[in-house]
Design a protein around this ligand. Structure first.
Ligand SMILES: [Zn+2]
Ligand SMILES: [Zn+2]
Length: 251
């Protein structure tokens, strides 16, 4: 059942005109994940435990904040996330602050390499984790892995899908990288070689195409080239950025 739904979504995305069909899917999944969190999952104890621990990246904080109607929901999520995170930081910072402050070690000639980590290391680990972790990003990554798995299955098993796939203009660089990586996981070694060769040729050709389109755009911006036809260059700047950076809200 799940495979059928995923197949439909994949066919749909691969039939649309785009610089990356997987970005089309990811964009939808991102909206769904945000909707679900702010509408339904807010009262779910397990979800709140997860958002309290993981927090959000800048992009997803921004997206949630822009949904004006859900400011209270966002504040509730932020409130308990901050409470949980503050308690954690307080524990990790014990010994660094107030009375328990760590005393600086006396100067030592032997101090070099082995003294690289100090008493702040555990605190640093948590801060680094928080910079990288995001509840929404994790949810999207999990569901995208499933889509990619089904995509490989369709490419191998359904001639119709392989034909649609062959017509595409490649992917954004992140999804290109993911497909190169996942090919080993989901395809036999012979199929993997075929897939990697085809997708790499296609990606490089399309990166060249997009550069030509962006170049045409720069030429058109010049007063000397008023009469030069636009070709496909009108939205080349937006598509060029999307090709490199994936989902961007530029329109
Ligand atoms: Zn993409
Ligand atoms: Zn995120």
């Amino acid at each position: 059942m799940r495979e059928t739904i995923y197949s439909l979504v994949l066919y749909d995305a691969f039939r649309q005109e785009s610089e990356c069909p997987l970005c089309l899917i990811e964009e939808k999944r991102e909206e769904e994940a945000l909707d679900y969190l702010l509408h339904q999952a807010l009262m779910d104890v397990q979800t709140r435990g997860e958002t309290n621990r993981e927090g959000f990246c800048r992009r997803h904080f921004e997206m949630m904040y822009r949904r004006r109607a859900y400011r209270l929901q966002l504040a509730l999520i932020l409130d308990t996330h901050l409470a949980a995170e503050n308690a954690r930081l307080k524990k990790l910072a014990a010994g660094l602050t107030g009375r328990g402050r760590a005393r600086p070690k006396p100067f030592s000639f032997l101090g070099g390499a082995e003294q690289k980590t100090g008493p702040e290391e555990r605190l640093l680990q948590e801060l680094r984790y928080q910079e990288r972790s995001c509840y929404i990003c994790r949810k999207i990554n999990t569901v995208m892995e499933e889509h990619i798995k089904v995509m490989f299955y369709l490419w191998e098993e359904e001639r119709e899908f392989a034909a649609v796939f062959a017509e595409k203009k490649g992917f954004c660089q992140k999804h290109f990288r993911q497909l190169l990586e996942r090919a080993a996981q989901h395809l036999s070694s012979r199929q993997r070689q075929v897939f990697i060769t085809r997708i790499t040729e296609k990606q490089l050709a399309n990166l060249e195409r997009i550069q030509n389109e962006v170049h045409r755009f720069t030429e058109k911006m010049s007063h000397h080239n008023k009469d030069l036809p636009w070709g496909n260059a009108r939205d080349a700047l937006i598509r060029g950025i999307k090709k490199l950076a994936g989902i961007c809200r530029l329109e």
